[in-house]
Write a protein that binds this ligand. Structure first.
Ligand code: 5GP
Length: 176
């Protein structure tokens, strides 16, 4: 449909970034075009209203999940919570270690960000191996949140991140 095509036209590919052999999908043109950004938010909103009307909170991933998550949360009149890279959040936190392609990273949330039983949806710009969203799901489980699903603009299908996220479901706007 028209909205998806609009989003599609605002994604660029850069070969060999950040390293040789990686084709980086750049979502910056979406943010630069208000109609494309509205289309992304509309498509996420339609998905949530149809499939997860009971959602309590949107949980966004550092850093590009922060660009799209709050817009969606505002549409839904619900709150937004940040999962950050380690060392950025003040006060008591919970963290999980996870694997990157080379080495490890740590994701963190404030320990009062989600109450037990709250229904959450996670959002990021892109799913590759699924390691990042998987780590965020682990944090949500530590908080005893009820995970309704994960949402991304772009899914890189050949890396099979969807398998890593199971049993949680994934909604993506565009697949490569
Ligand atoms: P994963 O943990 O699924 O392997 O990697 C996903 C994370 O890395 C996301 O937070 C995403 O923002 C970032 N990422 C990896 N590859 C790309 C890419 O090609 N484009 C963009 N925009 N982000 C990427």
């Amino acid at each position: 449909e028209a909205k998806l095509q609009l989003v599609h036209r605002h994604i660029r590919a850069f070969p060999d970034f950040p390293r040789k052999g990686i084709l980086f999908r750049d979502i910056c043109p979406i943010l630069k075009d208000p109609a494309a950004l509205t289309a992304v938010t509309d498509l996420f909103e339609e998905h949530v209203r149809q499939n997860h009307p009971q959602v309590d909170l949107i949980v966004g991933l550092d850093a590009r999940g922060f660009l799209f998550g709050p817009l969606l949360a505002q549409r839904l009149s619900i709150g937004f919570v940040l999962v950050r890279k380690k060392g950025k959040l003040p006060g008591p936190t919970l963290s999980v270690l996870y694997d990157l392609e080379y080495g490890k990273a740590e994701a963190e949330i404030q320990d009062d960000s989600v109450a037990p039983g709250q229904k959450i949806l996670l959002i990021d710009d892109l799913l590759a191996t699924g390691g990042t969203l998987y780590a965020a799901c682990e944090l949500m489980k530590k908080q005893q949140a009820e995970i309704l699903g994960c949402m991304v603009i772009i899914e890189l299908k050949e890396l099979n991140g969807i398998e890593k996220l199971k049993p949680h479901n994934l909604f993506s706007l565009i697949q490569y």
